[in-house]
Design a protein around this ligand. Structure first.
Ligand SMILES: Nc1ncnc2c1ncn2[C@@H]1O[C@H](COP(=O)(O)OP(=O)(O)OP(=O)(O)O)[C@@H](O)[C@H]1O
Length: 655
């Protein structure tokens, strides 16, 4: 993961509350309008119950307690009757208060449940949409978004959103109702005391504004430094081999300490912003209570308001400051959610896809396997041509070898054959039909690909071999292909000579392999990948450096497996090592995105061109070393070949 890119991304994205984003997030809530309405009504009821309590206290004090106290001072029969009457009324009020409290708790539970459930459902939908979107993108999308970043989007960022929906949105309405309700209740009780209470909202506003500005900066700093730490970790863990090989452990440790220290300082900065806000608001809240107590006391003494009103005001001021004090935490969650949603939407807005044909050409169940690249020009970016006017043909049943130095464009051709990318000029044809005119899933079933680093999933060997077969779609994605598939799996393994090796593993075909096939040798992984291709039995099979990372003994097995598959299907073999493709019906020599030579092994040797030079170099290496590999010397050899006579440089179409 490139350090600079991630930090740049964080800097660009760690921005504050954005109305546009918020509106888009709320759009996801639209289908859930019913439970949300229920939640809002419940929160309104909870607020009414909460606001009723101080008012009931006011009634108890002013209409019963004060009168009862006065009655208690008298000694006549009327006083005793009044005392009894008010005593009974106080009992009733106490019962109502208790009932209200129970109702308020029950309603609050129902409200939290409904809103949390809705929040989780919304995030569930976003996560599903994200995965479906990612899965249906073209390969170019994955060039731009590395796997690690996508995992973070799917796991962490959606989790942050979930927190926003469940903790912020849930309490948002309640807080709003409380503030409005308190205001209305206070205004109805006493105007001057209401103004005395509201005056404190001015310093609260200033404190909140200051907090917002400082919190935004602190938040941005934390995100940037966290991104640096993450990027540093990812780079170093991926490149641990190099760190150790060059004994850079101490230096890297120091660099990590620097990054980690900067992150700690940024976090402490953020902490201090948050740690000062709550006490500041609490202080202002207490000051407001004190002011109301003093001013209310003056008004009570002057006979302008009753005791109960003052008591109710003290409660309302406390209730008013409660949501304001919680603001900091909510703001933090909201900030994180904005950053996360921006990144999620960035992924959702990247719509790079391989378009399906509007009117697909009719296709047979199985192609004949006639593959052709006709005048193909291809670039991953703009005009940086990776392939220039490349023409290659493979007739059904032929074996074609593709050779050339690193970066010559061999793997790019492999990607074009199964239409993982689209060409800019020219065409890739299967059985004479442009691959852009046939359904993509049909095309991909016709063209099997085995890569140098085979892709294996966690599961059993049988599951991995039968991955493309019917049975693999079983609900749990687990390793239990049905009997029919199992027979095909065994047959495929026998065909590529992997049967004995698989049976030797504990559990045989049921042997569980961990992620990416860790625990298996490179050769074993390669044989499983070959067996998977054999099980699917595609009319075109492409092997991209399938024997490059296996030992000589396994290579012999793999070569045998490849030979067993030749003839019955079109085989395209990409290889660095020329001996691997010497038996091919035709060998295509690529150089810098162009076809330089084409012909059989004998024809190409007789030409004394680029292929001949490479062959000689590899033969020399084979003589020199036990394990002949020419890759390390390829660049040099091709530099030499660039000075070769013009006759060897003719494009493919003319050979
Ligand atoms: N996903 C990609 N995005 C951008 N450029 C790419 C991408 N993949 C390959 N390239 C570039 O395209 C050129 C051809 O690469 P390609 O992988 O096709 O060569 P190759 O002959 O298969 O090399 P190797 O033998 O090393 O696998 C190279 O210059 C490479 O940097």
């Amino acid at each position: 993961m490139p350090l600079a890119v991630d930090i740049h991304e964080e800097q660009a994205l760690a921005r504050s509350l954005d109305r546009r984003l918020l509106a888009r997030l709320l759009r996801y809530a639209r289908p859930h309008w019913l439970p949300i309405t229920v939640g809002i009504v419940l929160s309104l009821l909870v607020t009414v119950a909460d606001l009723a309590r101080p008012y009931l206290f006011k009634v108890a004090i002013d209409e019963h307690l004060v009168v009862a106290v006065r009655a208690a001072q008298g000694a006549d029969a009327a006083s005793a009757a009044t005392l009894r009457e008010h005593g009974a009324a106080l009992w009733r009020l106490a019962a109502v208060l208790l009932g209200l409290s129970v109702a308020s708790q029950a309603l609050a539970y129902a409200m939290t449940f409904v809103m949390q459930r809705t929040g989780q459902s919304i995030v569930f939908r976003i996560r599903s949409e994200l995965f479906r979107h990612v899965e249906s993108r073209a390969l170019a999308f994955f060039d731009r978004h590395p796997a690690g970043r996508l995992v973070t989007r799917l796991a962490n960022d959606t989790e942050t959103l979930s927190e926003m929906y469940t903790s912020v949105v849930v309490s948002l309405f309640r807080d709003l109702f409380v503030l409005v309700g308190v205001l209305v209740a206070m205004a109805r009780l006493d105007g001057p005391l209401t103004l005395a209470s509201l005056a404190w909202l001015l310093p609260v506003g200033v404190a909140t504004w200051l907090f917002r500005t400082r919190a935004r900066q602190a938040f941005r700093r934390v995100r940037v430094h966290l991104a640096r730490v993450n990027a540093f970790l990812a780079e170093n863990l991926n490149g641990m081999w190099l760190v150790k090989a060059l004994s850079r452990e101490v230096r890297q440790m120091q660099r990590f300490d620097e990054e980690n220290g900067a992150y700690l300082r940024a976090s402490m900065g953020e902490l201090s912003v948050f740690a000062t806000f709550r006490p500041a608001i609490d202080f202002l809240g207490n000051a407001a209570v004190a002011a109301v107590l003093w001013y209310g006391g003056v008004r009570v003494a002057g006979g302008q308001v009753e005791y109960g009103v003052l008591y109710a005001f003290l409660s309302y001021v406390r209730q008013m400051f409660q949501p304001i004090g919680d603001l900091a935490e909510k703001y933090n969650v909201l900030q994180a959610a904005m950053a996360s949603s921006e990144r999620i939407f960035q992924i959702l807005d990247d719509r790079t896809a391989i378009p399906e044909p509007a009117r697909p050409a009719p296709v047979p169940a199985r192609a004949r396997g006639h593959v052709e690249l006709r005048g193909v020009w291809f670039a991953y970016h703009g005009q940086d041509w990776v392939l220039e006017d490349v023409s290659i043909e493979a007739r059904p049943g032929e074996t074609i070898g593709l050779v050339g130095a690193t970066g010559a464009g061999k793997s790019s051709i492999v990607s074009l054959l199964s239409r993982l990318y689209d060409v800019q000029r020219g065409a890739v044809l299967l059985d004479g039909v442009d691959v852009r005119d046939v359904p993509t899933d049909w095309l991909r079933r016709q063209v099997g690909v085995v890569l140098q680093e085979p892709v294996l999933f966690s599961g059993t060997i049988a599951y991995n071999i039968g991955f493309g077969l019917r049975g693999d779609g079983q609900a749990d994605g687990a390793a239990s292909p049905d009997a029919l598939d199992m027979e095909r799996i065994r047959q495929a393994a026998r065909q590529v000579g992997a049967d004995a090796i698989i049976e030797a593993l504990p559990g045989g075909y049921a042997h569980a392999i961990s992620e990416r096939g860790a625990g298996l040798s490179a050769g074993q992984r390669q044989l499983i990948a070959l067996a998977r291709a054999a099980a699917l039995d595609p009319p075109v099979l492409v092997l991209d450096e399938a024997t490059a990372s296996v030992d000589s003994e396994t290579e012999a097995l793999v070569q045998q497996a490849i030979r067993s598959m030749a003839g019955q299907r079109t085989l395209i073999i990409v290889a660095h090592r020329l001996a691997t493709v010497a038996h091919a019906d035709r060998i295509v020599v690529l150089h810098r995105g162009q076809v330089r030579e084409q012909g059989t092994h004998r024809e190409l040797l007789a030409r004394r061109g680029l292929y001949y030079t490479l062959w000689r170099l590899q033969s020399l290496e084979a003589d020199d070393q036990a394990a002949p590999r020419y890759a390390s010397r390829t660049a040099g050899s091709l530099a030499t070949s660039r000075a070769a006579p013009a006759s060897t440089m003719r494009p493919a179409s003319s050979t």
